[in-house]
Design a protein around this ligand. Sequence first.
Ligand code: ATP
Ligand code: MG
Length: 279
Amino acid sequence: MTDAVVDIRGLNKSFGSLHVLRGIDLTVSTGDVVCVIGPSGSGKSTLLRCVNLLEQPESGTVLVGGVDLTDRDCDIDAARRHIGMVFQQFNLFPHLTVLQNCTVAQVTVAKRSTSEATRIARENLVRVGLEDKVDEYPAKLSGGQQQRVAIARALSMDPNLMLFDEPTSALDPELVGEVLSVMRQLASEGMTMLVVTHEMAFAREVADRVIFMDAGAIVEEGRPAEVLGSPTEARTREFLHRVLEPTKLSTDEFLGDRAAPAGGPAMELPKIDPHGLTP
Ligand SMILES: Nc1ncnc2c1ncn2[C@@H]1O[C@H](COP(=O)(O)OP(=O)(O)OP(=O)(O)O)[C@@H](O)[C@H]1O
Ligand SMILES: [Mg+2]
């Protein structure tokens, strides 16, 4: 027995003729934060979804907490109960209050009493800073607040592992920080986390390991300073260049004729460093 919370070996997944995951090997140890980065369509979400069997792998093994989810005798519902998942689009129940969103699975799946579920939900809503919103409906909350409810809901099931699939991608920029700060706090409390993200500053600061995926394979992995700071693979460098300097690359095409208007200097675009990585 290792202390690996997640142990994936030789994972393959296809959708029809599209081979989306190509022999993935991945371990996540207890308390580790592993960030997965990579271009759109590289298989990041599919990988995450295979970890709780929202997608059925076609070959390979997926062990979570030592339990082989790909074993046909495995009790998937029991295994899933301790895997929290947070999606890009919050996925809250719109007809339930914040508190009810955080109690419903506890009562129906974990078979807790309503009073115990309520106590646990309230604790987790305090944890994410939303104790004053317990009776609101999701539609009344900002995206950042809704995502924090989604995190509190997942935490209320006592997860051993939290999966995050681009949890801040759907948020207005000014709301990203509040969600990342809850995630940072969880990481510091020792939660094991597998996070698909484009937030490079978060990955650099919080991750124990960064994994770069491209075309269904892990191209490079290592400590954030290595993978983000001095990647060895050309594909990683190209990706980081595109992500970190998105405006610079497209400025000329974007400006077209206005790039150098007659009689004047080229239009100055504000310099943006959305990821805070410029020294
Ligand atoms: N249920 C599905 N049926 C068919 N094809 C799918 C399905 N889910 C994903 N795919 C395809 O598999 C490939 C990988 O998708 P995936 O969503 O895992 O990529 P991703 O790295 O998460 O991309 P993004 O950064 O855009 O979220 C894509 O080509 C996608 O179109
Ligand atoms: Mg995705």
